[in-house]
Design a binder for this molecule. Structure first.
Ligand code: NAD
Ligand code: GLY
Length: 358
């Protein structure tokens, strides 16, 4: 097992990464105020891992209740959030009970938001079971739900007590979901870690083949990058926005296509290609750089061509983005590979060209 820390003063918490962690209640116990948890998961993950985790916790004398949600991005909404509150109230969960999110980013974002709201805040723990959740969504305390008009538009910053990333759970993850997670891994290399980008170029086939050592390294290095950024800018007043490379376009793809049609990681991949194209048109990176990024996403099994929603639809969806300031869309762009920046000062003609080449 490897351990990192998200350093946020008295709200700091560990990220444990490694095999067999679902069977380690000793790692959970120090973070409980009450020997009672409610595990929130979904209909896909429950049959795979709920009994295993629950039994291990119960053997450590922890009372375990559970809530099983429907599976899918389309359910990351008010109705599902309210079903968590219904279950918590029915089960008489208390403010000192801990919620555990067992699943991917959808379960994690919903559970974290429920924890932030229930009785004005209860503790929660992230047990991510997708690659995307292990490298990104479980760390950093962004929680929330989608609105029909905009992705992740309702939520709260609310940090977990602990992240427990059991790498054994990745064995059951479908290939398409593994690839989606790799989009966020590549993101860290592109925005701030050129040596990692080069490592990914040298090791992508190993990652796709689920080589244990390579996956462990990629998860660790991704979490290290994320933890550093979050510790420096928890509430995204500056550099945390760089973690949104490809997401302004990507969220438009997810909303425009209908939640769940494109996986989040797929939308980030195609969205990053649009951000790379815009960066090139604005004279910052070369065509060779763009091709290099494209090749890496393709080797990860990801789409590199965004759907043609039309210029107006893209602009409309991107106008509903948390980075918008004074009505102006702000994009994360590449100054060079390994270095991103955010700006509202983009070239409108170049942007139109990027969106109309589709
Ligand atoms: P997801 O939660 O929908 O999980 C993907 C699929 O894999 C689901 O069908 C799920 O049931 C299934 N699954 C989960 N674990 C499994 C396992 N071990 N074996 C087999 N199947 C398994 O999707 P995701 O990619 O994990 O997360 C995407 C979500 O995360 C999006 O809503 C996105 O907005 C959000 N996100 C949040 C942050 C953040 O900082 N909070 C960061 C990135 C993404
Ligand atoms: N996934 C982007 C962030 O956590 O800021």
């Amino acid at each position: 097992m490897q351990t990192l820390s998200v350093n946020l003063g008295d709200r700091s918490y560990p990220i444990h990464i490694g095999p067999g962690l679902l069977l380690r209640p000793d790692l959970v116990l120090p973070h409980l105020i009450q020997k009672r948890v409610v595990v929130v998961t979904n209909t896909t993950v429950a049959p795979l891992y709920l009994a295993k985790l629950s039994l291990a916790l119960e053997l450590a004398d922890i009372q375990v209740d559970s809530v099983v949600l429907p599976d899918g991005e389309a359910y990351k909404n008010w109705e599902t959030l309210n079903s968590i509150f219904n279950a918590l109230l029915t089960q008489r969960a208390e403010r000192k009970t801990t919620l555990i999110a067992l699943g991917g980013g959808v379960v994690g974002d919903l559970t974290g938001f429920a924890a932030a709201c229930y009785q004005r805040g209860m503790p929660f723990i992230q047990v991510p079971t997708t690659l995307l959740a292990q490298v990104d969504s479980s760390v950093g305390g962004k929680t929330g739900i989608n609105h029909p008009l905009g992705k992740n538009m309702v939520g709260a910053f609310y940090q977990p007590q602990l992240v427990l990333a059991d790498t054994d759970t990745l064995a059951t993850l479908p290939d398409r979901e593994l690839s989606a997670g790799l989009a966020e891994v590549i993101k860290y290399g592109l925005i701030r870690d050129l040596p990692f980008l080069e490592w990914l170029e040298a090791n992508m086939e190993k990652l796709v083949a689920r080589d244990t050592e390579a996956l462990m390294y990629a998860i660790y290095r991704s979490c290290q990058n994320k933890a550093e950024v979050v510790a420096a800018d928890e509430h995204e007043s500056g550099q945390r926005a760089l973690l949104n490379l490809g997401h302004t376009f990507g969220h438009a793809i997810e909303t425009g296509m209908g939640y769940g049609v494109w996986l989040h990681g797929e939308a980030v991949s195609a969205g990053t290609m649009l951000a790379a194209d815009l960066s090139r048109r604005m004279g910052m990176i070369t065509l060779a750089d763009v091709d290099r990024v494209k090749t890496l996403f393709q080797r990860a099994g990801l789409p590199v061509i965004a759907p043609d929603l039309g210029y107006d639809a893209y602009m409309n969806y991107m106008g509903v983005d948390k980075k918008v300031e004074a009505g102006r869309i702000r994009f994360v762009l590449l100054r060079k590979l390994g270095e991103a920046y955010i700006s509202g000062d983009y070239d409108a003609v170049a942007l139109r060209a990027t969106l109309t080449m589709l």
